[in-house]
Design a protein around this ligand. Structure first.
Ligand SMILES: [Zn+2]
Length: 236
């Protein structure tokens, strides 16, 4: 058991170093952050323009459908006009035709207007697309520069991950899981050193009985913070 606590102590040190590397790797340098921001904004804008084009096309289909109906109706009324028997019927048919023509005209205007609006949006989209390749290559370049600047850090992180796995492979499964659980939940400190007979993290005094257990190499938890206690061997 004593050896296990030693291993946990070592694992924690490796994990802390790994965490520090990962934190440093996650920080975007200013040179990339600027392009990244521009790139995201441009992509959002393209999405927005595409959505509005789609919406416009949908509305236009509706207007065009209505327009066809009204044109059919107009033909029908015009046919009826040929068959009127008297002045009264003629006036009535003519009234229908007039109203329908107006409606057709309105729909045609609305269709034209929405077409020219869609052209405007399409133009914005085309402009965006024309600039996209340049922006994408600036983005890629900045991203590559950032990533290649991380080369050493990456290698270090990779080695630390290997070290952690190697230690974990020698630990009982339950203890390993216990360690990670505490590590996650308690600010990345699962194992805490005993200094002056106290927990060095929460300062809770370690009772003599527990100290004896620790010296025998048993797994002991701090009564204050419930972390695993680690008593460094004094050279004898
Ligand atoms: Zn404690």
């Amino acid at each position: 058991m004593s050896a296990d606590v030693e291993k946990l102590w070592e694992l924690q040190s490796v994990m802390s170093q790994l965490g520090e590397r990962e934190k440093r790797m996650a920080v975007k340098p200013e040179s990339f952050a600027v392009v990244d921001d521009e790139f995201r904004t441009a992509n959002d804008e393209v999405t927005r323009l595409n959505e509005s084009l789609e919406q416009m096309a949908k509305e236009r289909r509706k207007v065009d459908g209505e327009l066809m109906e009204q044109q059919e109706l107009l033909k029908k009324y015009q046919g009826q006009l040929m068959q009127v028997k008297n002045q009264q019927q003629y006036a009535a048919a003519w009234k229908e035709i007039d109203a329908t023509r107006k409606h057709v005209k309105e729909l045609e205007d609305s269709s034209l207007k929405s077409m020219s609006e869609a052209e405007g949006v399409q133009k914005q989209l085309d402009d965006r697309k024309a600039g996209h390749d340049d922006l994408k290559s600036r983005y890629d370049k900045a991203h590559d520069e950032w990533q290649s600047s991380l080369g050493d850090l990456r290698k270090e992180a990779e080695n630390l991950r290997k070290q952690a796995s190697a230690i974990e492979a020698t630990l009982p499964e339950r203890l390993k899981n216990e360690f990670h659980k505490i590590f996650r939940q308690r600010g990345s400190i699962a194992v805490t050193r005993v200094l002056n007979e106290s927990c060095s993290t929460c300062r809770t005094r370690v009772r003599p009985a527990l100290l004896q257990q620790l010296k025998r190499g048993e797994l002991v938890y701090c009564e204050g913070c419930h972390r695993i206690l680690y008593l460094e061997k004094t050279p004898s």
